[in-house]
Design a protein around this ligand. Structure first.
Ligand SMILES: [Fe+2]
Length: 221
């Protein structure tokens, strides 16, 4: 069974861009529901998964596993998203800063591309900064889709484009939310580690493993 990953900061740590009220609903209700549904679906399967990454990749593209994919991917996306934010974080540095300058012409132009991509994504989804090991790119995905099924891409940071992520604080102004988010909240330290992992140095971010790996095994706490 997968557990709801706790927030790595206080509910109000991301204010004023994201209010404590939004975080309580987003983490404690939306993210929790994805994890709850994921576990209900897995409880009816024959084998227990080793990782959430394996669940997402195993269900991707299978018409009879759409609900499992949606909930597993959303559980993964949200856990990663919480870690993609760090209030008061410093700007990108080192190799990542060099790559941003090389591939976008600087952080301001990366911001413009990120905001344009996220604001332009119709309906719900996620906007990503990713690396293919050679170059950085900005892209967006629809609904629950993420980059786990695109093994050539390592996500560096992501931002949630679903209305539940910003509507309480920014109403319909997704572009305004993204601009404020990019200025204040990206965890560039995590992005730097992800960038290094894309280049073969270190391991990329992984979701915490499930508590019980094998069916029939008593839970140990
Ligand atoms: Fe969300």
């Amino acid at each position: 069974m997968f557990e709801l990953k706790p927030l790595p900061y206080a509910y109000d740590a991301l204010e004023p861009v994201i209010s404590a009220a939004t975080m309580r609903v987003h983490h404690d209700k939306h993210h929790a529901k994805y994890v709850e549904t994921l576990n209900e679906l897995l409880a009816g399967s024959d084998s227990a998964p080793d990782s959430l990454e394996a669940v997402v990749r195993g269900a991707a593209g299978k018409a009879d596993a759409r609900k499992l994919f949606d909930n597993a991917a959303q559980a993964w996306n949200h856990a990663f998203f919480w870690d993609c934010m760090a209030p008061g974080a410093a700007a990108p540095d080192g190799a990542l800063a060099d790559a941003i300058a090389r591939d976008f012409g600087g952080l301001d132009k990366l911001k413009a591309a990120f905001v344009e991509e996220g604001a332009g994504r119709f309906a719900s989804g996620w906007v990503w900064l990713a690396s293919d090991g050679q170059a950085l790119q900005v892209l967006s995905t629809h609904d629950a889709e993420d980059l786990l099924t695109r093994r050539e891409l390592t996500p560096l940071i992501t931002c949630d484009l679903w209305e539940h992520a910003y509507y309480l604080d920014h109403k319909q102004d997704r572009q305004g939310f993204l601009e404020a988010w990019f200025d204040a909240l990206p965890n560039w330290a995590l992005a730097g580690r992800q960038f290094a992992a894309a280049g073969g140095q270190g391991a990329a971010w992984k979701h915490p493993e499930p508590k019980v790996k094998a069916l029939g095994t008593a839970a140990v706490h």
